[in-house]
Write a protein that binds this ligand. Sequence first.
Ligand code: ADA
Length: 551
Amino acid sequence: MQNTNKIPLESMWNFYFCKKSLAEIDVTEISFNDIAAVPGCFDTGHPYFLQRGTGCYRTFVDVGGEIELYSEGLGLRADIYWDKKKVAEIDAPFSKNTFRFDAGSEGRHELIFAVNNQFDDGKASLWRRDYDFYAHGGIYRPVTIRRAEAVFAREIKIITSNIDNGEVEISCVFDGDIKNIREAEIIFDNSLTVNKLPLTSGQGSAKFKVPAFKLWSPENPALHHASIKVGDVVFERNFGIRKVEAKNGKLYLNGKKLTLIGYNRHDAHPDFGYAVPTAVLVKDLQLLKQLGGNCFRGSHYPQSEEFLDLCDRTGVMIWEESLGWGNREFSLTDPDFQEKQKRETRKAALASINHPCIILRGFLNEAGTHLETAKPLVKALADILHEVDPATPVTFATDKAQKDVCLEYVDVISFNTYPCWYSGNEDEFMNHDEFKRVMDGLVEFASQEQYINKPVIISEVGAEAIPGLRGGQRWSEEYQAELHEALVRRVIEDERFSGTFIWQFCDARTFAGSAAQTKAGNFNFKGALDSHRVPKEAWHRVSQVLKEYEL
Ligand code: ADA
């Protein structure tokens, strides 16, 4: 989104909660009796703690004429009202949406977000009650309002085409008053050269060499900037020049073999839900870099613009995926679920297309990919990601291991596996033979001819550790530390692996009574840090192990 014409919005809105569905809400009858922060989740604390219903947020905006309202992400769904009239609906959590509409005459207008967090138990539900992460209600990410320009961008993609000469391909789709527009003028990094991109019906793509280019890498996360002028409107975009390859069974970044060592990270905090403030985002990146880690998997949903910008700037590599978790056949074959998955996967990839930190794109975590009936959707989603972002390898995390029948559609094989936690769970103490048996089995499977050229990642592995519990037995901090150490050593020393994302970065709220293996105390305690980012023994152990290797 360009940075001009932005209308400042309050960070404190009026608020009203009720245990009704969106359909039952009549915004003309709401008496706003409370206040709430935006972004913010209403169910993280008293008096709405873990309540389910509709939180109505209201603010006032001084504007008029055609406007663009950008909602970067909320959950689980919302109806948006302007002066008591519904102007938009959002039916997908974490979905990035822009709405253009006439705000009416210049003056003060009322904006209401009615946000609902009740479960949809239907086949097409994008957040089922058995998902192992808490379905918070709230406006997770920023809401932005701008005065609409005559021309607006549906797509601006800046994709690296040659890392040797800094060449990028810029592809644009503009809309609005484009009938007399024949070209866009592009300036890189405030250089004096004006590059011309021919446009036909608002669309066009061309290759340009970026002057004095620098490659983006974890060690040197160099960023570039493009000002793209179309008519009188200027679109500003940051981007990076980098090349990610999945070939010969390994991952490469800018021609150099990659070993990913990092964590699965929920963009969550017990006090803020999914509306994680900047200070926590920076803290998480600082902790990972201090440890010697180099990546996060954004499990299991699209990441915030802010977090991706920070990862671009700090060189932390990201696996981004659209929202899906353990979806079974009845969803995977449901046309409505398929349409939502395709729509949201495309939308998420397009929204984050210019972030060089994203080195893997995925979808459908632990879906029923052992089923032939899963193939059409898996292929469709992989095709969408390859079409939207041809420069980033595609994967999905499977827990079906040797039974998976959908790996042909992706560039990278990613195994979620829990040796010595879900398998071998009769052992009180870490069973290294069991760990080796499981890992050897995955290597053998992935070394078959049809898979040998695909890189392999251990996308999840871990154990619960109750903070402070000691003794070396299951659920203790030492048990988790021993497992994380065994994993990191195996992944670094075994040529067949290109890396691992340990499950998980920090403890995160889930559900006690769902199919999510009934987690103790409503938390998933597999974090290497507790939910307030205080290290457990496993964090220190991995830090020590990483110092032994020159990654
Ligand atoms: C799965 C899932 C994670 C988490 C993990 C666990 O692999 O992908 O979201 O639920 O298991 O803790 O069991």
